[in-house]
Write a protein that binds this ligand. Structure first.
Ligand code: PRP
Length: 212
């Protein structure tokens, strides 16, 4: 009898590709859809259960062992710095974390210097680390979404946000000025599970390597 594995799936833009990976390595995911209100699904044949989570909660579930493994973007992992094992770049969910600003300000240094610069972002830790590492002190304004709006209404002068196609920046008159991080989806594994369920987890990692 295999030990049961609990796998965390991210809601949202990486959901379909994450689900597809588990399907490709043979798990039964037929009942799982993104729009369901059900949050937990079982594949009893393979002794696996899937949790449907907000991406930002996945490192927490995996660190505490409530999930043995999960799929989550490198942006979230880098922002949260949770103690999880990260064995695999899954090679989807590509995007970049960038600094952007209104197109009509490009090429100009901030009028009153960087220390009064307000930067809006969902990623306060990465933003702080980046600006400190480049010798600039800025005021960070933490937001939860629609970041591109902030410079249009005077809440911030710049933003740090994810860019995939560039459409959101473009449609809001913003341009990328600096790149902070290249992002892709990663497999994360609970450190204790990696030891106690070593054979199962290693077999899964090997199977995932075959299909990515
Ligand atoms: C993300 C990100 C950007 C946008 C980038 O937002 O924060 O706003 O996608 O994608 P693009 O370059 O292809 O336009 P999301 O859709 O997750 O919504 P949110 O702004 O509410 O977080």
């Amino acid at each position: 009898m295999k030990e049961r594995l609990t796998i965390a799936l991210p809601k949202g833009r990486n959901f379909a590709q994450a689900l597809r990976l588990w399907q490709l390595i043979g798990f039964d995911t037929r009942e799982i859809t993104d729009d369901t209100r059900r949050l937990i699904f079982e594949d009893p044949v393979h002794q696996v259960r899937f949790l449907i989570l907000r991406p930002t909660d996945i490192p927490t579930y995996v660190e505490y062992g409530a999930a043995d493994m999960g799929i989550v973007g490198k942006d979230i992992l880098a922002e949260q710095d949770r103690d999880v094992y990260e064995p695999l770049d899954l090679r989807f969910g590509f995007c970049r974390l960038v600094v952007a600003q209104p197109a009509d300000l490009t090429g100009r240094e901030p009028v009153s210097g960087w220390s009064t610069m307000r930067v809006a972002t969902k990623f306060p830790h990465l933003t702080e680390k980046y600006f400190v590492s480049t010798g600039r002190q800025v005021e960070i304004i933490k937001l939860y979404g629609s970041i591109e709006l902030a410079p249009l209404v005077g809440l911030a002068e710049r933003i740090v946000d994810l860019v995939e196609t560039g459409k959101t920046l473009q449609e809001n008159g913003l341009v990328e000025v600096e790149e902070i991080l290249k992002v892709s989806a990663r497999l994360v594994v609970n450190r204790a599970s990696q030891k106690t369920k070593y054979e199962r987890i290693t077999a899964i990692i090997d199977a995932l390597k075959e299909v990515i």
